[in-house]
Design a protein around this ligand. Sequence first.
Ligand code: SF4
Length: 360
Amino acid sequence: MEINVDSKWVGVLGRISRFGIPVGDAVQCGVCERRCVLKPGAWGFCGNYVNVDGELVLGSYGWLSAVEVRPAEVKPFFHYWPGSRALTFSGWGCNFTCPWCQNWHLSKVRFGRGGRGMGSYFSPDELVGLALTEGVEGLCASFHEPGVILDYVLDVFEEGSRRGLYCCVVTNAFFTLDALRALLDAGCDGFSIDVKGCPETYARFMGARGGEEVVLRNAEYVLEEGGHVEVVFLVVPGANDLRECVEWVLREVKERLGDDVPLHVNRYFPAYKYSEPPTPLETLAWVRERARELGFKYVYVGNVWGGEELINTYCPSCGALLIRRHHYGVSEVNLKPVDSEGYECLECGFRIKLKGKIPS
Ligand code: SF4
């Protein structure tokens, strides 16, 4: 249901959220585990949800900061619809406080008028129509944290999956379980999840003590429900690159998500309020090697140019090249389809972890 967000914001119509929980004259937001309690007229931590007359309203509904066609590989998804393209969209704001945010020009801007983030309005129908016109295979909510505009993302994904598009998110996965369930029910089956570090990283930098447990719980839940998860570990000097912290991340991810979860060890570059130099290549090589020692089957190194073997997929059984990637595209595939949603190695028949189809 549409509702006036604020009498000062003539023409901005929010939508009543599915996730409001009344608490006296306040309302609690059940979208993410911050669980903000909003007094009348107050906006949540992320700057997207507001209490309007006791109702939780997504005030920024439909106002997007970016809409672009992008390859799956850039997200990164390497085992989910390889070689496909998705119409990728984002709103404003975030529920974490990472000082090195690589997309801070969107995520650190609060939605609103007067020089703040507004962007362009797209109804879910318009956005899905644009995706179909562009001829892409899917939709992706990305760039900022999509959880903070969840009611809009759900409407887009429900419409998109009904019209034959895949639906995926690039997320910090700080959802409540109710919100995550709603995402899966809306047809979202691809989750590129940032694991930010060990418990100290979440408490010190994300403003989310205990966040690591929420994130891993949610990733496990997605896998149990048949969804696809890829883990991104951005290695940030001085924040999560100590041996004990890296060891914690690798061991927890492997134990809880399995040794076949695709793991992206990504290079950080200085951004927003964090000025440490980029992650040394030796650190990335060490994390990659340690992950392989622990038994991870698919380890990639991202944001590093010139190392094709760092982004190709090799057969964990016989070592054959399965998918060759070039920049953010797929240039060679040596896989055989085995059923409606499976692929195996041409050389030895090993069944690779892969969701979706490889466009021909
Ligand atoms: S989505 Fe926004 S308003 Fe809702 S709990 Fe999270 S930070 Fe708070």
